[in-house]
Design a protein. Structure first.
Length: 365
């Protein structure tokens, strides 16, 4: 196989991320294929799906969340992801060491070092099953029950030690609520799913983000020692070469589009998966000063893929009767690209703010 250039790697990743061409696949299948969607900001998974699905209707994800087929829970890199219920159950045991390590590194974890708080953590989980709470409320309740307990530290670490989800209406397009926690088992009625294996996780990562290195995979999920997993998988993985002589891992049937395949402009959501899931992000992030634009109250922000790589940032905010989308290029954009960016920006505004006046503007570097 000929060596893959940075551009070829980018096209391969965009194809697997469904960013070269919008698909008509069911929403649930897309969420599963992508191993979840970054969801720190509650509504950005909707925008991530709009980027990837033809005719996306937010009611589809809302329905999956409301019926508990899809949930919001901390997983990869300890950040909140929108994932299928099955993945929430299968991936959490595998990724628990990452959450434990992160908790121990925090000031709250250090304050609990050497203490046995397992009984209080179990009590906290039971309280959250009875009534979903945020960390501040949980801290107050634990403090009331256990005077002298470092309730702040326990409440914070419970967020790492107890598998939980954010119940709806958090994350819905048509509604919202405060961020509260309830145990995943309570939310999913105690259903059982076999834990995922490191082998399965690496293969799924490569199918959605590859070709990639072991270090890329470790940055994506937070796990270590994945080189041992790659060696164990052996011939079940394809090896591809890079232009600088390096070697990347891949699934045997992973698409490798022609590097000259057109890549349309895409307005990516804040923290979109494709920009966070590699140690070397050059395949999707061009050189330049990608300065984020302030979104303002209720605003949306993100980055813009131009010819398959991040070359601008964007923000949408209300301005009187209109919703204004501002694009800040990190590099000079040719006239034709500027036109295409404006047209896609107008479609984005039609999705974010239907029924309002729209305006797309460019700001100088």
């Amino acid at each position: 196989m000929p060596a893959l250039s940075v551009r070829a790697l980018g096209r391969a990743t965009l194809a697997r991320q469904l960013l070269l061409e919008r698909t008509t696949r069911p929403v649930r299948d897309v969420v599963e294929h992508l191993v979840g969607l970054q969801a720190q900001v509650p509504r950005v998974p909707h925008l991530a799906l709009w980027d990837r699905l033809a005719g996306y209707d937010p009611a589809e994800l809302d329905g999956l969340l409301s019926s508990r087929q899809v949930v919001r829970t901390p997983l990869m890199r300890t950040t909140i992801h929108t994932v299928t219920a099955e993945d929430a159950l299968a991936l959490r045991p595998l990724l628990q060491p990452v959450l434990d390590r992160t908790a121990a590194s925090t000031v709250w974890g250090q304050r609990l070092r050497g203490q046995d708080v397992s009984a209080v953590v179990a009590e906290a989980a039971a309280l959250l099953a009875e009534r979903p709470m945020g960390r501040a409320e949980l801290q107050r309740e634990l403090g009331r029950r256990h005077p002298g307990l470092d309730g702040e530290a326990v409440a914070f670490c419970v967020g790492y030690w107890v598998p939980w989800v954010q119940p709806t209406p958090r994350g819905l397009w048509g509604a919202s609520s405060a961020a509260v926690m309830t145990p995943v088992e309570a939310w999913l009625d105690g259903r059982a799913v076999p834990p995922a294996t490191p082998d399965e996780l690496l293969v799924r990562y490569l199918a959605a983000f590859g070709p990639a290195s072991v270090r890329d995979a470790q940055v994506w999920c937070g796990l270590t020692r994945l080189r041992e997993v790659a060696e164990r998988l052996g011939p079940r993985l394809r090896r591809v070469r890079t232009g600088d002589g390096g070697e990347l891992l891949d699934v045997p049937d992973g698409p490798l589009p022609d590097p000259d395949t057109p890549a349309p402009v895409r307005f990516l959501a804040e923290y979109d998966n494709v920009t966070l899931s590699h140690a070397d992000r050059s395949r999707v992030v061009a050189e330049g000063d990608h300065v984020p634009l302030p979104g303002g109250p209720g605003g949306w922000v993100g980055t813009v893929l131009v010819d398959g790589r991040v070359q601008a940032t964007w923000a949408a905010r209300r301005n009187g009767a209109a919703t204004v989308l501002t694009v800040r290029p990190s590099l000079p954009l040719p006239a034709a690209v500027r036109t295409e960016t404006g047209e896609e920006g107008a479609r984005l505004l039609g999705f974010l703010a239907p029924g309002r006046e729209h305006d797309v503007r460019f700001t100088d570097r």
